[in-house]
Design a protein around this ligand. Structure first.
Ligand code: 6GU
Length: 240
């Protein structure tokens, strides 16, 4: 997967993504990060990238030309015509696991991070294919949001997680929250590990975990229950 990210703060994303699991995937060559500093595409002698809003009002607006020039340079040299360009904005569709799965199937993706009060609408109309938000709150820029998307998308790409199974079983893949996990010590501050987990009875362990997932989802995220793909047995469990 090739990620191309247009931003005024490439070092923020570089730092954030070159660690841990995503950092290792970059080292292994499974994913590639191409950070494009929009400022380098300003044709202004002071490398200006923003200006006052027409019509007045607070804040600055990112100008269209540096963004378009940056986009054009990547389009001309690095990507296929059909590559999607995702603009991170609180006005976008709220990101979820299904969107992560869909994006993870692409060969390459481009992301545009806005800053200040926004981006000139005309360049957005010209280059953006997808408007994506990470939730109903306002961030100062798209950089944290793009890191969230790249993390969620990348862990679905084969070879990124060391244990290839682990992506499938975790929260949201089946629409439910994950069951609780325990490791040593057996006794922590007087709290011991549930008996079933040390029983060695695998069928019982699987059943217990499923029940924990269901009751936990019901308690913490009741909104997810209706959307989850439940088996008849799971529906029966919920009735009790
Ligand atoms: Cl994607 N960008 C910004 N600036 N704020 C946000 C967001 C994105 N998603 C939620 N809030």
């Amino acid at each position: 997967m090739n990620y191309h990210i247009f931003t005024l703060f490439p070092e923020m994303i570089e730092q954030g993504l070159n660690t841990s699991i995503i950092g290792r995937a970059i080292e292994k060559g499974i994913i590639d990060l191409n950070l494009i500093n929009i400022r380098e595409f300003s044709t202004n002698k002071h490398k200006k990238v923003d200006d006052y809003p027409y019509g007045g009002g607070a804040g600055m607006v990112m100008q269209p030309e540096p963004i378009y020039n940056a986009y054009k340079s990547v389009m001309d040299t690095k990507v296929e015509k059909k590559t999607r360009l995702i603009y991170l904005t609180p006005q976008g569709k709220v990101f979820n696991q299904k969107m992560a799965e869909e994006f993870s199937k692409e060969e390459s993706l481009m992301f545009l991070c806005g800053h200040y009060e926004g981006v000139d609408e005309r360049v957005l109309e010209t280059i953006v294919t997808d408007y994506v938000s990470i939730g109903d709150y306002v961030l100062t820029g798209g950089e944290l949001a793009v890191m969230v998307l790249i993390d969620a998308i990348s862990r679905l790409i084969p070879g990124v997680l060391s244990n290839n199974d682990s992506a499938d079983y975790e929260s949201f893949q089946d629409g439910l929250l994950e069951y609780p996990q325990y490791t040593r010590p057996y006794d922590f501050m007087g709290k011991t590990v549930p008996d079933v987990l040390i029983s060695g009875h695998h069928a019982n362990i699987t059943k217990w975990r499923k029940e924990q997932s269901l009751s936990r989802t019901l308690e913490r995220r009741p909104d997810l229950i209706n959307k989850a793909h439940l088996t008849e047995e799971e529906k029966k469990y919920l009735k009790n």
